[in-house]
Ligand binder design. Structure first.
Ligand SMILES: *[C@@H]1O[C@H](CO)[C@@H](O)[C@H](O)[C@H]1NC(C)=O
Ligand SMILES: *[C@@H]1O[C@H](CO)[C@@H](O)[C@H](O)[C@H]1NC(C)=O
Ligand SMILES: *[C@@H]1O[C@H](CO)[C@@H](O)[C@H](O)[C@H]1NC(C)=O
Ligand SMILES: *[C@@H]1O[C@H](CO)[C@@H](O)[C@H](O)[C@H]1NC(C)=O
Ligand SMILES: *[C@@H]1O[C@H](CO)[C@@H](O)[C@H](O)[C@H]1NC(C)=O
Length: 486
């Protein structure tokens, strides 16, 4: 066979961990011919003889062979561990591929790495895509949410495959072009941050139901199940109900799990980006810190015998009513979290001159991924109505929703505080809301402090854009400690 006769596969995939295998099987199901490779070549045989038996999937035993198996322009997708493994495979591929060929990184790469790689590859005439892939193993197998960004010329070549294998909602794929290099992985990172926030919010209302209302796991599961029929309808609410009901040997497994949460880093990256671009993404921030606090389990155990909470009597209010308030608090906080996430994407888009399609981002998250929900359909609708909406909270649908929820939300935050239940996300969301809707905040006093001790000057309200210094003490000498730089 000549080399070109061998070129029969639509796409090549490197990395046969579960996500890789499942994406390959998904592509195969949709009629695409996939060639696959794993550095440990026994994995290739293993896959071909088991999961991939009877399919059109082709195994390659070297990167060279994989490249030769591909139709042009070649499409090569990496599903390997983020970091140096991606760089190493790119370096291996460079001498083997031709101008116009496309390398796609489907791992959880840091967006700045994707920007760097795209620049490097584009200079050499190759095309590069960094794509978010969400939905876990099941998503990869039966329809993930895909968030590709990078070399725009590559999009027409991967679109048919990506949009076919992605989750479909109302006949539409949860995959669209995100934007220039780095944007796909940035959007995926924000998705993961939002996922942290959604999970922590669910934990906080669970905590209140458990420790303030003293409901059983099954009763709490009933509440989540009920919520899953309304505006909160989402994958995470649904699995929460299932988890709370799950028993082994007559015991609820959820009660047997050590309360120390792990993390892999994408939540932290979201917070770092928020700090870097100066965007108040407070809810995701608190959700990451909540995991950090949870992991100080030994320290908490010692502190628990020293530090007292409030002295309160058992909850004697109307539980049914309060559960309704909890639902409102959860919903309102969720709106805040997504609004903050879109604020962060807006700022990153400004920094990198990306033009992000807000509505299609919401739709990419509508199905397939962990944060999939009916709610994301409402966000899509909001941006369809007004693509340049300044903030989600300003869309009529969400403004009304927040207005309807706020009374219950405030009662929940107050009650949890009175009962001494830690609710970092529910309360920071409310603090953000009250700050965001304030024409005037007390930062005038901060500016006065800074001018008093550091002569940093301030803008007079009546003359913004000009900067003045006040001689606050009226006595001689250097009260202005100009050596301080705060
Ligand atoms: C090879 O497959 C294993 C799992 O079977 C996976 O952990 C690894 O990331 C893959 N690596 C490469 C470089 O192909
Ligand atoms: C997305 O929304 C932001 C405001 O949140 C806006 O600045 C930006 O232009 C919008 N994107 C597009 C493509 O309209
Ligand atoms: C769209 O949103 C922008 C920014 O929030 C606002 O100024 C504009 O009035 C809105 N347009 C419509 C038609 O509502
Ligand atoms: C502040 O005002 C006092 C009293 O008028 C004066 O003596 C002093 O020099 C001023 N200090 C500065 C730093 O301008
Ligand atoms: C005040 O600070 C200035 C500049 O830092 C210095 O030259 C001056 O000697 C200081 N005056 C007194 C009274 O400390």
């Amino acid at each position: 066979m000549t080399e070109d006769n061998k070129a029969q596969a639509d796409i090549g995939l490197i990395g046969l961990a579960v996500m890789g295998q499942n994406l390959i099987l998904n592509m195969n199901d949709h009629g695409f011919t996939v060639a696959c490779f794993n550095r440990t070549v026994s994995k290739v045989d293993n896959f071909l003889n088991n999961e991939a038996k009877g399919t059109k999937i082709i195994g390659a035993y070297s990167v060279e062979e994989l490249v030769q198996l591909l139709k042009k322009p070649r499409r090569i997708m990496l599903l390997v561990q983020a970091g140096t493994a991606v760089d190493n495979f790119i370096q291996t591929l460079i001498p083997l591929i031709e101008e116009g060929d496309i390398i796609i990184d489907g791992g959880n790469s840091m967006y700045k790495d994707s920007i760097r790689r795209a620049e490097e590859l584009e200079k050499k005439g190759f095309l590069y895509i960094g794509t978010g892939v969400s939905g876990g193993e099941d998503g990869a197998r039966y329809g993930p949410s895909l968030m590709p960004g990078g070399s725009e010329k590559a999009w027409e070549h991967i679109k048919p495959i990506f949009q076919k294998i992605a989750a479909q909602v109302d006949g539409q794929p949860c995959c669209d072009w995100v934007g220039p290099s780095g944007s796909g992985h940035f959007v995926k990172m924000v998705h993961n941050g939002i996922e942290y926030g959604d999970m922590q919010l669910i934990c906080e209302v669970y905590h209140i139901m458990k420790d303030v209302l003293k409901l059983s796991n099954d009763a709490i599961a009933d509440v989540f199940e009920e919520w899953n029929k309304g505006t909160l309808d989402s994958f995470l609410i649904q699995i929460t109900a299932e988890i709370l009901r799950y028993k082994e040997n007559g015991r609820h497994v959820v009660d047997l799990i050590r309360d120390s949460a792990g993390q892999k880093g994408t939540g932290k990256w979201t917070c770092i980006a928020a700090l870097e671009y100066g965007v108040p993404v407070t809810l995701i921030g608190e959700s990451v810190f909540a995991r950090c606090l949870s992991s100080l389990i030994d320290e908490r155990t010692r502190a628990s015998t020293h530090l007292k909470g409030p002295n309160v009597q058992d909850f004697d209010g109307d539980k049914k009513q309060f559960i309704e308030y909890l639902g409102q608090a959860l919903y309102a906080s969720k709106i805040i979290s997504y609004a903050q996430g879109f604020m962060l994407m807006r700022e990153a888009a400004n920094q990198y001159s990306w033009k992000l399609n807000n509505g299609s981002i919401a739709f990419m998250w509508r199905g397939g991924c962990i944060i999939r929900s009916v709610f994301l359909g409402n966000i899509k609708t909001a941006y369809d109505k007004n693509e340049s909406l300044e903030n989600l909270l300003l869309d009529n649908f969400f403004t009304d929703a927040i207005h309807k929820c706020q009374q219950g939300w405030r009662k929940v935050v107050a009650t949890a505080s009175i009962y001494g239940v830690s609710i970092p996300c529910l309360s920071t969301a409310l603090a953000f809301y009250d700050g965001y809707r304030s024409k005037r905040l007390p930062a005038n006093l901060i500016q006065a402090h800074r001018d008093y001790f550091g002569a940093h000057t301030y803008e007079p309200l009546e003359n913004p854009g000009t900067w003045i210094h006040t001689n606050w003490t009226g006595h001689s000498g250097n009260v202005t400690a100009s050596t301080y730089q705060h």
